[in-house]
Structure formats: C-alpha cells, structure tokens
Design a protein around this ligand. Structure first.
Ligand code: CA
Length: 230
C-alpha cells in the first residue's frame, strides 16, 4: 500500500521539490500552502505522515501542530527555516515526531520520513490508532469507548445524552432540526415529549458547558442545533 504524505509549506518551490522527490519514492503526496488549508486537510483525510513548515501564513505551523494533536497521532516532521532551539523545543513539546532545519538535503528528509514511519509501524502493533475520536475545540468524544472529555476532565453522560452529542459531532457544522435529531437519536417510533431534544440539550450544556464556562452547542433559533468550531 502506498503511504500518503501531506506537505504543508508556503514556499512553492520547496513544496514542489519535496513533492516530486516523494512521488518519485512512491509516496502519494498532497500539498497545502497555508496553515488553515493544511489543518483542514489533516482533519479530513488520512495521511501516514505530515511534513509541516513552521513559518506559515494564516495559522502558524506550531498552532497547526497543536490542533492536529488534539485529535490525531499522525507522525509529523517539522520543517523549520530558523535554526532556533526554541522552535524545535516547542515543536517537540507539542508532539512533533522529528524536525529538520532548512535548507536540508532531500536524502536527509527521506531518511527521517522512513525512520518515523518505521517507528510508527512498531507502535501500531501494540496500540490502536485513535481513529474514532471526534473533537470540537477541547471537547472530545471517543465513539468506541464512549468516553467524553472537556480538556482533561472526563464527563459522565447517559446513553441518550451521548447519542445526541455524538450525532451532533458527527455532523459538525450542520444545523440539525429537532425533528431530525428526534428521528436519529430516539427513533421514528418515539412517543413522548416532543421537547425531548431541548431537554437533553439542556442536560448536555449543564455537564459540558456550564462547569467549564464554554459554549459548544449553538441554538439556531427556529431551526435547531449545531456544533461547530468557532
Ligand atoms: Ca514558510
């Protein structure tokens, strides 16, 4: 199977050069030229490794790294132009697997990519990748273990509360009407209070938002509810 690599690099010449070399080595390559696009791609698609420039327009590389790490353990190699110890330390602290200082010889980058992928292969034999984790800001849910966390705090939810939250998070960014939520979470044959959705949204807010002074679930007046990144 071909391994997929994402290059997040705003210097077109460097990005193109790395892309050519990696393609030549048999990797499937995608590119992003700014931080936001890179982050969006990393969150939407599967990659085996990300080569991430630190100095990026829009969202800098360190911030992109931090946000990717909230939901994914994909291997990340930082590309840094500055030979600054601070950058490397912050990058490694934030969860980068390795870094390489520009300008670098392509052979060196290739060697590091192989090493990181090899290491990753070893850890994956023992450890399941957290692929069933959904996140909005610092709210995280695991669809397998049904664990819910705000920051580092584990939150206890009832089955229905979890199902409702999971449904909203699986449809992140989409406004869902009460009817749709009622049908998907309670089922078509639900007979009971038609305000069940509102009641359960209140329960969720009391557990997830109020104690942390956060707002994850938005009410769209006259339409329904949505969870999205602000
Ligand atoms: Ca740059």
């Amino acid at each position: 199977m071909q391994e997929r690599i994402l290059i997040v690099e705003d210097e077109e010449k460097i990005a193109r050069f790395i892309e050519l070399e990696l393609s030549f080595e048999g990797y499937v390559v995608e590119k992003a030229s700014d931080g936001r696009t890179g982050l969006a791609l990393a969150q939407e698609k599967h990659f085996d490794l990300i080569a991430l420039d630190l100095m990026l327009p829009g969202l800098n590389g360190l911030e992109v790294l931090r946000r990717i790490r909230q939901t994914s353990s994909v291997p990340i190699i930082l590309l840094t132009a500055r030979d600054s110890t601070m950058d490397k330390v912050s990058g490694l602290d934030a969860g980068a697997n390795d870094y390489i200082t520009k300008p670098f010889a392509i052979e060196e980058l290739l060697a590091r990519i192989r090493a990181v992928l090899r290491n990753q292969g070893k850890t994956h034999e023992n450890e399941k990748a957290p692929s069933n984790i959904l996140a909005v800001e610092d709210l995280r849910i695991n669809l397998d273990s049904r664990e819910v966390q705000v920051g580092d705090t584990l939150i206890e939810l009832t089955k229905k509360e979890f199902d409702l939250l999971a449904h909203l998070m699986e449809n992140k960014g989409m406004v869902l009407s009460r009817e749709v939520l009622l049908d998907s979470v309670w089922g078509y044959d639900f007979i009971g209070e038609s305000n069940a959705v509102d009641v359960y949204i209140r329960y969720l807010r009391a557990k997830l938002e109020v104690p942390f002074d956060k707002k994850f679930i938005r009410t769209i007046r006259g339409v329904g509810y949505v969870i999205r990144d602000e």
